[in-house]
Design a protein around this ligand. Structure first.
Ligand SMILES: [Zn+2]
Length: 234
């Protein structure tokens, strides 16, 4: 069922690469044309080893970095909402939901992937995206959507409880490392999480991208394990 569209909804340029690069690449390799909605400009982040720059300069750079990473991963479309980094919790929820509904409808997405309730890292922008995406889909205004996935939070990855889908990173590591490298301004957080990228880190969290199926055609938390994100689509 590779003509079903999968969309990723995240807060900052790089969120998609950290958590989903291998999944995105697999979808693209299967002809799936994955799409991304990125809500902020990432302009409050660090600049890595690139030295000082204004927020505007950083925003422009991070958009370019995301475009480069997106080409490496095989994203077919990247939409930017252009909100200031760190301010998503101040955006009226209804406004954010409206943008997400529009994104989902315009691509007729069958599957949506976003942050879990804790945002993985606890970042408030991530958590705002989680709630707005839930609201968009649970409102009934996105009838094309059949399944909603979250990146698994750390405790879920550790326990394995509630894990639906695992994507092996190893076959894609060179690609994922290149996409991570494309986020040059974020080199410090990339190195903190993944090391120097020359080799895939040996820890379990680096070897798999792990997802939980939160909702499937009206059922919350269907307990199942899947081989691919296309399983059981109608
Ligand atoms: Zn982020």
């Amino acid at each position: 069922m590779t003509n079903a569209k999968v969309g990723f909804i995240y807060a900052h340029p790089d969120d998609e690469t950290f958590g989903c690069a291998s999944l995105i690449r697999e979808l693209a390799d299967q002809g799936g044309e994955p799409v991304l909605l990125c809500a902020t400009r990432g302009d409050a982040g660090k600049t890595g080893r690139l030295g000082e720059m204004t927020r505007e300069e950083l925003a422009v750079l991070r958009e370019q970095e995301l475009r480069t990473a997106g080409d490496i991963m095989g994203l077919s479309v990247i939409h930017h909402l252009g909100y200031p980094d760190g301010k998503l919790k101040d955006v009226p929820r209804a406004e954010l939901v409206e943008h997400i509904v529009h994104f989902i409808q315009s691509h007729q997405l069958a599957v949506v992937v976003t942050f879990p309730e804790d945002g993985v890292s606890g970042h408030l922008d991530h958590i705002a995206i989680h709630h707005a995406t839930n609201e968009a889909i649970f409102s009934g205004r996105c009838p094309s959507v059949q399944k909603l996935y979250y990146n698994a939070p750390f405790e879920v990855r550790n326990s394995g409880e509630g894990v639906t889908l695992k994507i092996q990173v190893e076959p894609h590591w060179k690609m994922k490392a290149a996409a991570l490298r494309a986020h040059q301004s974020q080199v410090f957080s990339v190195e903190r999480v993944f090391g120097d990228l020359e080799q895939m880190p040996n820890q379990a969290w680096a070897k798999e991208e792990v997802f939980m199926l939160a909702w499937e055609r009206g059922t919350h938390w269907p307990k199942k394990q899947e081989a691919t994100i296309y399983d059981d689509l109608i």
